[in-house]
Design a protein around this ligand. Structure first.
Ligand SMILES: [Zn+2]
Length: 229
């Protein structure tokens, strides 16, 4: 009888030890998940990605017929995957070829509404630029003039983009008139990934490898910004 009690007690203790080990393991896994991919910093965060234009609104057209809306979506989807790999939660304003309202104003309002309601650590709107002088090229980030956080995020993402355009570095630029920058209440930046008016860059922007390179640079910038805040 005494032996039986001893045996049961040992079994109970073993079961408790087993459960404790499992719990400790789960906690450790969670911790590893949070710091994965960074220099020991926690990057568990939430970001809204906004692929500009869509549906009837194609955005700008490239010199070789490239459609801005398509490039915006492709880069945004690459960026979403790359951020999720780092444990960052992502919400897209659109993930297909659609406009979010009947008019352009309604579409922009819908995007701003998502950003304000979701309250991400950062909202990133992806676009492509165009200019009347063909030689102008390179990626540039815009932020709302009165937003300190926006300026900081823009500088950080611009620095990461300059690492892939060393011969053509740009400075982040403030703006007062872009609707999304003006109306969004959380830190927001617009990334103009390149100029569709430049033949060489327009061609590069439709290339999947280059789209991934741009997305990876933007990811690095976003992670650096989030890690500092
Ligand atoms: Zn655009």
């Amino acid at each position: 009888m005494r032996e039986k009690i001893k045996f049961s007690a040992a079994a109970v203790i073993l079961a408790i030890l087993f459960v404790l080990c499992r719990l400790a393991g789960a906690g450790l896994r969670e911790e590893i998940q949070q710091v994965r991919g960074t220099a020991g910093k926690t990057v568990s965060a939430f970001v809204v990605l906004d692929a500009g234009h869509g549906g009837i609104d194609g955005g700008k057209t490239g010199v070789n017929g490239e459609k801005e809306k398509e490039i915006n979506l492709k880069i945004s989807l690459h960026l979403k995957n790359l951020l999720e790999e780092e444990g960052i939660q992502v919400k897209m304003t659109r993930s297909g070829d659609e406009r979010l309202g009947k008019s352009q104003v309604e579409d922009l309002k819908a995007r701003v509404k998502i950003m304000n309601e979701e309250k991400p650590a950062l909202a990133v709107s992806i676009h492509q630029n165009s200019y009347h002088e063909e030689n102008v090229h390179g990626a540039q980030v815009f932020y709302y003039e009165d937003s300190e956080e926006g300026a900081e995020a823009a500088d950080t993402v611009q620095a990461a983009l300059n690492a892939i355009q060393e011969s053509n570095p740009k400075e982040a630029k403030s703006n007062r008139s872009y609707y999304i920058l003006k109306k969004t209440e959380v830190p927001v930046i617009i990334v103009e990934c390149g100029f569709l008016s430049n033949r060489e860059e327009a061609e590069k922007l439709t290339d999947e490898t280059y789209q991934q390179t741009v997305a990876a640079a933007v990811r690095d910038g976003i992670i650096n910004y989030i890690s500092q805040n």
